[in-house]
Design a protein around this ligand. Structure first.
Ligand code: KIV
Length: 283
């Protein structure tokens, strides 16, 4: 199959044509390669790596340098998907100049095509500044994990009239600020449908029902590699954690039993050379 690199124009085009957009997270060379080979449109190097790769309690702790380190590895493995780098907590909230500088690092150093940041109306002017600097931005509204303390926990957002209307206002503000697309996380399906119909930019849902323009999941959730919890909106397409443990136990047992490595895993030596070596050693 001949493939061409996905651009933001291809993603916008999919919304216009009503074609579903596929997106997954990836965090390193092998997951980048796997998602690329599966023909997914967009890769997000999500700050969820703080939890699923680095073992933190939440996404707050991850730093710019850690994010860039993972972005570089993903970019080495994934050649075709649109690559989006997730701006970590406190890399864009303090002031707009710093936000633009850090956004630029994702493109210059991380090999990303786009950046993502969390927030709605409160972030519109920062989004505008980053877009004006020539960097495409994906917004993220609804459940925004970086502000989990403020939200009071991982819970669905926009369930009543006032909060649902606030989400629409956030979506319009980000669209007007020049965001090229929006993540809608953990919001009621009818609200996500309304937002999707009322903005011209593509919406990508996670826990936001089937009517978004596209869907995203955290790869570790989808393949069953995260040990702690599985959110309600995740579908596990594989369960590789126990499969890996079984393989590792097999290795452990064979090393203990002396059946690994077998002759086929070793390197032979010419008998004459061996005898000469033994002679050299005086044996
Ligand atoms: O960090 C992440 O993986 C995300 C997705 C859940 C959208 O923001």
């Amino acid at each position: 199959m001949s493939r061409k690199k996905v651009t933001i124009l291809d993603v916008k085009d999919k919304k216009e044509k009503g074609e579903p957009i596929t997106m997954l997270t990836a965090y390193d060379y092998p997951t980048g390669l796997l998602v690329d080979q599966a023909g997914i449109d967009i890769i997000l190097v999500g700050d969820s790596l703080a939890m699923v790769v680095l073992g933190h309690e939440n996404t707050v702790a991850v730093t710019m340098d850690e994010m860039l380190h993972h972005c570089k590895a993903v970019a080495r493995g994934a050649k075709y998907p649109l690559l989006i780098g997730d701006m970590p907590f406190m890399s864009y909230q303090v002031d707009e100049k710093e936000a633009v500088r850090n956004a630029g690092r994702f493109l210059k150093e991380g090999g990303m095509d786009v950046i993502k940041l969390e927030g709605g109306r409160d972030m519109a002017s920062t989004v505008r500044a980053i877009v004006d600097a020539g960097i495409p931005v994906m917004g993220h509204i609804g459940l925004t994990p970086q502000t989990i303390s403020k939200l009071g926990g991982y819970r669905v957002q926009g369930k009543d009239v006032a909060t649902a209307k606030a989400l629409l206002d956030d979506a319009w503000a980000l669209e007007s600020a020049g965001a090229f697309s929006l993540i809608l996380e953990a919001i009621p399906s009818p609200v996500a449908k309304l937002i999707t119909e009322r903005v011209s930019i593509p919406t990508i849902g996670i826990g936001a029902g089937p009517d978004c323009d596209g869907q995203v999941l955290v790869i570790h959730d989808l393949i069953g590699l995260f040990d702690r919890f599985v959110p309600k909106f995740v579908k596990k397409y594989a369960n590789i954690f126990p499969a890996i443990v079984e393989a590792l136990e097999g290795y452990r047992d064979e090393v203990i039993a002396g059946t690994f490595p077998g002759p086929e895993h070793g390197y032979s030596m010419d008998d004459e050379a061996l005898q000469a070596l033994l002679k050299e050693l005086g044996e």
